[in-house]
Design a protein around this ligand. Sequence first.
Ligand SMILES: Nc1ncnc2c1ncn2[C@@H]1O[C@H](COP(=O)(O)OP(=O)(O)O)[C@@H](O)[C@H]1O
Ligand SMILES: [Mg+2]
Length: 565
Amino acid sequence: MSRLKRLNIFSLLFKKREPILVEKEVAKLPYTMRPLLPKYKVVDEYWIREPFSKVYIASLPELGGAYAYFVSEVELMEEERRACDKLIDILSAELSPPEEEPVEDLKVHVLKEANRLIDKYNLTLGIPEESREKILYYVERDLLGFGPIHAMILDPNIEDISCEGVGKPVYVWHRRYEGLPSNLIFLDDRYLDDLVIKLTHIGGKHISTAFPIVDTMLYGKHRYVATFRKEVTPKGSTFTIRKFREEPFSIVELINYGTVTAKMAAYFWLLLENRMSVIIIGGTGAGKTTLLNALASLIKPSMKICTVEEIAELNLPHENWVQFVSRESYGVGGTASGAIPLFTLVKTTLRYRPDYIIVGEVRGEEAFVLFQALATGHGGMCTLHAEDVDYAIKRLTSPPMNVAEVYIPLMNVVVEVERVHLPKPVHGLHFGRRAREVSEIISHKEFVRIFEWDPLTDIYNSRLEDSILLRKIALKTGRTVRELLDEIERREIVLKWMAKRNIFDISDVAKVVSQYYMSPETIYGIAARELAIPIKLRVKAVDNLSSEASSNEDKEPNSEETEES
Ligand SMILES: Nc1ncnc2c1ncn2[C@@H]1O[C@H](COP(=O)(O)OP(=O)(O)O)[C@@H](O)[C@H]1O
Ligand SMILES: [Mg+2]
């Protein structure tokens, strides 16, 4: 119900301003979608919503052959546009609440109502039967959806969308073609302001001259940051949408993309079983949160996990998971109060006695509390914006984080992820995300590199045998390091088997992981049999360990296997 009411408000706010027309002047759209000219060379095309919206990637001579992103939507004739606007007005006034609660699907309900109202008012609206579907597409796009950026939001290949003001193309980041200018250009300041307001309201927040910056989440969990008018961005309103992937990447998918190898994943799997702490570092959009989520789903299903974030991005398969999200303050100016920052939430998680505390991204004093928690025996995971390990430690030990240097090794492993260019395309992509380095932290000055990505060959070198943490786990669990290495090898096989069997879905992967925790021999047996790997792994000779260690290369899934027994 309240969502419906909100819809009404949106549509009022977002009612298209008809430009005041001088007689005979053609109504001007407040934005333009530049057409795909015959001289452009189309390199890729796909439907977003057949037959209403389609995307073309084209090479433009005026950009020196660089690519651009073209959204092509079915067009409305002048009368159709007028009828559509009128219908949206009528809908805002007459939309009746759905009969049964809860509403199954808001979209289905609104479209049903739109159909009913077309039938009721078609004498006035004058919508010919063949235009009905087209108009309903625009009703959905403009009333429920995101207006002219709707197709980009629906396009699963788009990772982010950014608008830097009127008169400039909206830019998108495409999974396969990286950053591209789109053919969408906003022309009217007021229209863009209204769109920014509408999107802010969809995110349940407020934006105005007094509060010109907003950071929130749209439906579909897309992260939305915007500025209003010329308050802080002299060229007018701007926004960036970082799209959320509904189905988070599972660890098997990341192995498939080459972000980590099965061996690395198996290593983390063993560490996480033993409550080791992991910190993931990298730049914005490097894939830190994605990797964090995929790794965290390897944590034992029976463990209790508390996650703390500013925006709820994490999505874990665990039953025993408490999710905390920070809150901004209420009120205006000096009276603002009631903020609940990450710091407070991390402190709160301690009372829940979690096995793992996961902080989406540490930026401030919450890092201090997180390390306190690690010192008292909790497991921890987090991401941190930093280019390399040295810089990460500098950030951690300086204000406002202020983590004591002696506490640094409590974060046992650092993983550095980066968006990189690949020496040869993988799944047709020339760039990808790679966990470039995995290092165990001995002290704030000393690290042991366990995995390293080679940018020339796109292969990972591993020196698992140098691992200090495996020695630590061996001591703790009364097993030998060799046994642990074998265990990693078995898990590696299970992960490769999942990739081979196309078990990619995060919940399916979680099921196998959970079954492996319950009966490792059975799952490993199935995996090894299906991959035709001899079940009994031959144990490497002790004195071979160190000499073999540094030359051990870990390639694509299924490419290198264990020795015969
Ligand atoms: N390994 C990966 N392979 C392909 N796409 C990825 C990978 N990791 C992340 N992405 C995509 O990149 C975008 C940014 O990822 P995110 O994890 O939020 O980055 P960060 O937390 O470093 O800012 C998302 O759209 C996500 O789906
Ligand atoms: Mg992130």
